[in-house]
Design a binder for this molecule. Sequence first.
Ligand code: DD3
Length: 321
Amino acid sequence: MADGTGETKGGEDKSLGLKKRRSFHIDHEDTKENVLADFSLSSVLNYSVRDKRIFIHGKLDGQEAVVILEKTPIGEDILEEMFRGSKLEAEMSNDIYSTYKLQPPAHLNEIKTTVVCPATEKHVKKYQRQERHLVKETGESYSSITLPYIEQQSFSLQWVYNILEKKAEADRILFEDLDQEVGFVLLPDFKWDQKQLDDLFLLALVRQRKIKSLRDLNADHLPLLRNIYEKGTEVIMRHYGLPASKLRIYFHYQPSYYHLHIHFNALNYEVPGSSVERAHLLLDVIENLVSDPQYYKTRTLYFPISEDDGLLNRFKEARKL
Ligand code: DD3
């Protein structure tokens, strides 16, 4: 690898890697439906050498767009084909050691690409690497600062409703419970390419539309939470052969969108956002609500927010930071 090792993040002028790729041979058949062919780059928001991922801000058809490119893991199942069907270019050889550049056939050489378009300023900020602060949110500051702030924001939940109403991703749904009270939909989070179980990552979206986050939960929601735990783990066991003991099942607080949802991911896989300051285990949440029905209404919760997050300013203005 020419770009070296070690992790580097953020910064401005990271367009070199991209320019290099531009000079690649372009196949006309493939570019016909390539909506990214006319993408014009504004800046690299963030990138990680370790995660082999880059977040780019630019324009697509005159609209603001965020594009995320990510190299995916090499699956065991493709090794045969990879060794037999690739072009191999020798790089160096020394004693018993030699290195190569292997060019796999196109279908084994995919880069996972996510496009957000039109992207709002929020999307752009979300992927921009920022300094973070830990905020202390009491029950009182939730109602006086956080709640008014999130109510005033226009986070679109259209994509969530599309899934619940089967207007999008219907074929990806793994399980669905149609009950109005305790129902939910379980499907792969689109961050997961579903090629290996190591990084299993599923999403449970509750059918009820009024629950914004953890803060809205009380003992009345226990049947909903237990239902998601029980049916979710059962479906994952049946479908993937992974027992509940190998799963990390949790909420984010603050979540990135205010429609209650639960993340299911492989315990061995450390996803960003599963750290102590943001993740709340579903089983802990259930226990807490059993011992105190108003636990999440009254308790102080701590969470990280980015330097340029509007919510941080609200806490500063209220002299709560
Ligand atoms: C999102 C959090 C949200 C940008 C990005 C991701 N899984 C989703 C739309 C459909 C989905 C998800 C918002 C948005 Cl990169 C802005 O995530 C989704 N479908 N996480 C699935 N299956």
